[in-house]
Design a protein around this ligand. Structure first.
Ligand SMILES: Nc1nc2c(ncn2[C@@H]2O[C@H](COP(=O)(O)OP(=O)(O)OP(=O)(O)O)[C@@H](O)[C@H]2O)c(=O)[nH]1
Ligand SMILES: [Mg+2]
Length: 294
């Protein structure tokens, strides 16, 4: 049996978490159209008859401005170092920009230091004409000697069979690293917090999505019922107002959708309470960042 780890890296918003979820056929990582959605490393284990693949979703690589972002970038770079193979993801919808070049430079450094081989994944090909993909491939191939280049759609699943075939071929024979029933390393608490954050990301814009974190204050399982209390942290009073909404409407909607998501994922009834709290400059506060698991 083949086994190994694959780090999924790239700039924010290229579709890394979508790929993780599609490959696992399970919603493990939250997804949004806002950059910097993923803040931690997320493990998803694929169990195949011929191989066990540990997929590692990572925060998007970018130039960090806050302590939170520095931690995110460090997490992605550390994950790269340990992986047997890198999936370096870019988008078919745009020409290589400064963000993509930054990613390629990180990959180059990782390979120089003995890091694993790198596949270039050109994602979102469902959005462009076929004729636009070839020049992109040529452009990225002048930057680095990729082991494989695979155009994919993480959303529709296009070409993922081919990607997995190439991946299994490259992994080494070895012992299974995880038990058959292990799918992820995300605890129910973490999943619950992320489901709430995802609902907020879908309903906010500009600076707000970056200024939100969710902390689980209470998680009690009573048979087939989970009693969950969560705090949404924001940085300013005005942000609190936006999340709560007129007569509490937005917060209510967030809580209802999050509860339904949790009930589906956990297969149990959920009683959810959500509060919004102001924590000035939490993104710069090492203690809070550690407590949040970032
Ligand atoms: N059309 C299309 N959209 C996609 C595809 N893959 C991802 N998306 C969309 O792109 C956006 C970003 O997807 P994510 O999976 O959150 O991207 P990410 O790389 O994990 O982003 P960060 O966590 O912020 O680094 C979402 O709106 C997805 O629905 C794809 O193959 N096709
Ligand atoms: Mg992500």
């Amino acid at each position: 049996m083949k086994s190994g780890s694959v780090a999924i890296i790239g700039r924010p918003n290229v579709g890394k978490s979508t790929l993780l979820n599609t490959l696992l056929q399970e919603k493990i990582a939250i997804v949004s159209d806002k950059p910097q959605t993923t803040r931690t490393r997320i493990l998803g284990v694929m169990h195949r008859p011929d191989a066990q693949i540990a997929l590692l979703d990572t925060p998007g690589l970018h130039e960090p401005r806050y302590r939170l972002n520095r931690r995110m970038v460090k997490t992605a770079l550390d994950t790269m170092k340990d992986a047997d193979l890198l999936y370096v993801m870019v988008e078919a919808t745009s020409q290589p920009g400064p963000g993509d070049r930054l990613v390629v430079e990180h990959v180059r450094k990782a390979i120089e230091l003995g890091g694993g081989p790198a596949f270039l994944l050109i994602n979102k090909v469902d959005l462009v004409k076929k004729s636009r993909v070839l020049p992109l491939i040529e452009s990225y191939c002048t930057m680095l000697d990729w082991t494989e280049v695979v155009p994919i759609s993480a959303k529709t699943g296009l070409n993922l069979d081919r990607l997995l075939e190439l991946t299994v071929k490259l992994l080494h024979e070895g012992e299974a690293l995880f038990g058959e029933d292990v799918v992820t390393d995300q605890s129910m608490r973490t999943l619950a917090a992320e489901i709430i954050r995802e609902q907020i990301l879908h309903r906010t814009r500009e600076e707000l999505p970056y200024s939100v974190a969710v902390e689980i204050d209470q998680f009690i399982e009573e048979g087939k019922l989970a009693r969950i209390a969560a705090s949404v942290l924001v940085e300013r009073e005005s942000q609190k107002g936006i999340i709560v909404g007129k007569h509490g409407a937005r917060l209510k909607e967030v809580a209802t959708c999050a509860r339904l998501g949790m009930e589906k994922l956990f297969g149990m009834k959920v009683f959810l309470e959500v509060w919004v709290r102001v924590r000035v400059a939490w993104r710069q506060n090492e203690q809070i960042l550690t407590k949040l698991g970032y």
